[in-house]
Design a protein around this ligand. Structure first.
Ligand code: NDP
Ligand code: 8X3
Length: 251
């Protein structure tokens, strides 16, 4: 019997790559996200190994109802890939839009913990499961304009480690995936409100990570022996490194 993964944000970027990768590796995938048309297209492309299930992670009622709203044959979720998330804007904190801050927190923090809370009891009851959370290098390394995005990803990393503390004694694993610059997804287009020229400049002259690289790391942690839990994976493209501390000097 093949294992079942639920991927949030499977309509684009990492989530879509993970869905493809896991189906190739023999999993069944519950593909979720807001754009139902894209989910249906994925299910048509991949056949009966993909279940399209539209879900906005900020819709608390829909998320709470999630386990029971899945068809009976899909209710035992072995792996939850908490991938849905976004960055909005790159203005300094004192100029950032408060609506953007609220949306990042609602999606990256509240949405992620609600989906986790909805699916975790089933994993504990079955004594098997794996939660893979998409954090970021922004959780560890601050950068100008990163404020709430970085803070939300630091939350995701710390939440992952704290889940491990509660899940000791069960066979439920938790991993925080923390990538740096990654191209070929909608991430920067979303961050800059659809300004694709500005988004493209983020990757100019670089060889960033790809969504397939992220899917590779997720497949790796999922397929390790059940006795092994990878707590965190921090990865950057070779062309990226953390910079020196900033010092403002008078002229
Ligand atoms: P994309 O913008 O390409 O994909 C984001 C996905 O999240 C989409 O499928 C989108 O689907 C979904 N999503 C957004 N809001 C919601 C919501 N409210 N409910 C459900 N789904 C939602 O981004 P990436 O693939 O690049 O990023 C994926 C994750 O990885 C994010 O959490 C991001 O913060 C993180 N990350 C990205 C990095 C990068 O450089 N790209 C690096 C490090 C981490 P839809 O719009 O259909 O709902
Ligand atoms: C995405 C990577 O550097 O744009 O999490 O914050 S970064």
């Amino acid at each position: 019997m093949s294992r079942t993964a639920l991927v949030t944000g499977a309509t684009a970027g990492f989530g879509l790559a993970v869905a493809h990768r896991l189906v190739r590796d023999g999993w069944r995938v519950i593909a979720t996200g807001r754009r139902a048309g894209r989910l249906d297209a994925l299910a048509r492309e991949m056949g009966d190994r993909v279940l399209a299930h539209a879900l906005d992670v900020t819709d608390a009622a829909a998320v709470a109802a999630l386990p029971g709203s899945l068809p009976a044959a899909w209710q035992e979720v072995d792996a939850l890939i908490n991938n849905a998330g976004l960055a909005l804007g790159l203005e300094p904190a004192h100029k950032a839009r408060i609506e953007d801050w609220d949306r990042m927190v609602a999606t990256n923090v509240t949405g992620l913990i609600h989906v986790t809370r909805a699916l975790l009891p089933g994993m504990v009851a079955r004594d098997r499961g794996h939660i893979v959370n998409l954090s970021s290098v922004a959780a560890t390394y601050p950068y100008p304009g990163g404020h709430i995005y970085g803070a939300s990803k630091a939350f995701v990393e710390q939440f992952s480690l704290n889940l491990r503390a509660d899940l000791i004694g069960t066979n439920v694993r938790v991993t925080s995936i923390e990538p740096g610059l990654c191209g070929g997804t909608e991430f920067s287009g979303v961050r800059f409100g659809g300004d694709q020229d500005r988004a493209a400049k983020v990757y100019e002259g670089t060889e960033p990570l790809t969504a397939d690289d992220i899917a590779e790391s997720i497949a790796w942690v999922l397929h390790l022996p059940a006795r092994m839990n990878i707590n965190r994976i921090e990865m950057m493209p070779t062309c990226q490194a953390s910079g020196p501390l900033a010092v403002k000097r008078t002229a």
